[in-house]
Design a protein around this ligand. Sequence first.
Ligand code: SAH
Length: 186
Amino acid sequence: MSRIPRELFVPWESRYLAYEDRPLPIGLQQTISQPFMVAWMTSALGLTGTEKVLEIGTGSGYQTAILSELARQVISVERLPELAVNAESLLAKLGYFNIEFHIAGPVLGWPLSAPYNAILVTAGAPRVPQGLLDQLSIYGRLVIPIGSRYDQELVKVTKLAKTNITEYLGGCRFVPLVSAEAWEET
Ligand code: SAH
């Protein structure tokens, strides 16, 4: 995390806050996550460097850069084209080349490149989307905030051959995941 210049991922007017441990607005009613939350979610994925990781909610691209440093390949999906384009150009400038960027389609995630060893969702959903479990490989880990539109709990699901292991990691607060498998747009 200390290698990644977070000030480049926040709007110009909030650069002086870039090294505070707090989320910040990035426009279009979205936020860059709090650094502690980024660290916590990333560590929950248990990456070793060999994984193909799916990230849902590129946003600023900050979390994407962290995943890029710790995994073999990152597929990052964002619903809002403006955010996706900005993140893609910033991460190319910073020299991250193991990332594929996609604009979200009607199906949650990116089934075309599945299965993934790890999936990280950086927006909140009412329940664990079955469609994402389907895109996970056996022994794959899904980390996702689950709860109401305003308050969630971080949930880690490890997929096994016959059953899944679900762990509850603690409270968090994310913007809503907008999808047929989650929330409607407001
Ligand atoms: N990790 C990002 C978080 C951005 S906020 C960061 O720290 O900068 C969550 C993001 O999820 C928003 O940019 C929002 O547009 C996106 N999002 C919401 N629903 C989505 C969906 N169904 N597919 C892809 N992205 C989605």
